[in-house]
Design a protein around this ligand. Structure first.
Ligand SMILES: [Zn+2]
Length: 260
């Protein structure tokens, strides 16, 4: 039975070639999807979104506020992973009542007006949201989701495509990767983004305690029709406790950044 052997050999080769270590947490991550390709997909999705959804002009006070905070976080993100310095960083405020924010692979950041209007966040709180989202991008979480989906797909399909990755298999893997964009992040990825986001914001001079007040505000506007952010970011007591436990470790970074 040489077929399953060849299949597993290919899968093993891909897995070995595609394993990286997270620059902050040291977690081993499966990364088969190349960064350049994931970024290109994100750039297309972002420009499509910006065409379909109205955004505030770049000169608007809210846009400038988001841009200022994002730039401070990005400077710290690039210190953690210098490759992110080559990303096409951009932030926009979308006219959308739902309480939500995101950062895509390759540095495309978006905040909804709903988040600004309904939460009335301080700069420190807004920095926590942006840093959390940038932490997902910096950690390559979307690429990791795509890579996991691709491996699973290949494991099933390579038996019929022996002789390597033919065009059909490659196209299939690409399709699977596209679908994986919309899958929620795992709990482990969420905790990692909390940890990395807290660190980035502290180094940028934003008060780590704002992560707690942000979650409390998020929960206060909850209920039906509440924050869309909460549907992908369950604000459990565990999460707040984990953040509270993580704050003392990043306080020296915050003090160094602010001189307080
Ligand atoms: Zn998240």
């Amino acid at each position: 039975m040489h077929v399953p052997f060849a299949v597993s050999l290919l899968a093993v080769t891909l897995v070995i070639a595609g394993c990286v270590t997270h620059p902050v947490t040291g977690r081993s991550q499966l990364m088969i999807m190349p960064e350049g390709q994931a970024n290109q997909m994100a750039y297309r999705a972002y420009s499509q979104m910006a065409k379909e959804k109205p955004t505030l002009p770049a000169s608007h006070q809210a846009s400038q506020r988001i841009q200022r905070i994002t730039q401070r976080i990005v400077r710290q993100a690039v210190r953690v992973d210098p490759q992110a310095g080559g990303w096409r960083w951009e932030s926009r405020v979308f006219r959308d009542d739902s309480v939500n924010a995101f950062a895509m692979a390759g540095g495309k950041v978006g905040i909804n007006t709903g988040m600004l209007d309904k939460l009335q966040p301080s700069d420190d709180e807004l920095a926590q949201v942006i840093a959390h989202e940038i932490a997902h991008a910096l950690s390559g979480h979307t690429r990791e989701k795509m890579s996991m989906a691709m491996t699973q797909q290949m494991g099933l399909s390579v038996a019929t495509a022996l002789g390597g990755l033919d065009a059909q298999t490659a196209a299939m893997a690409q399709q699977v990767a596209t679908v994986a964009i919309d899958l929620p992040f795992s709990r482990r990825m969420e905790l990692e983004a909390d940890e990395v986001g807290l660190l980035l914001a502290a180094r940028a001079g934003y008060d780590p305690h704002a992560a707690i007040s942000l979650w409390r505000k998020m929960q206060a506007v909850g209920g039906s029709g509440g924050p869309e952010w909460l549907s992908t970011h369950p604000g459990s007591a565990n999460r707040i406790q984990a953040l509270e436990r993580a704050i003392p470790a990043v306080m020296p970074e915050y003090r160094r950044a602010t001189g307080l």
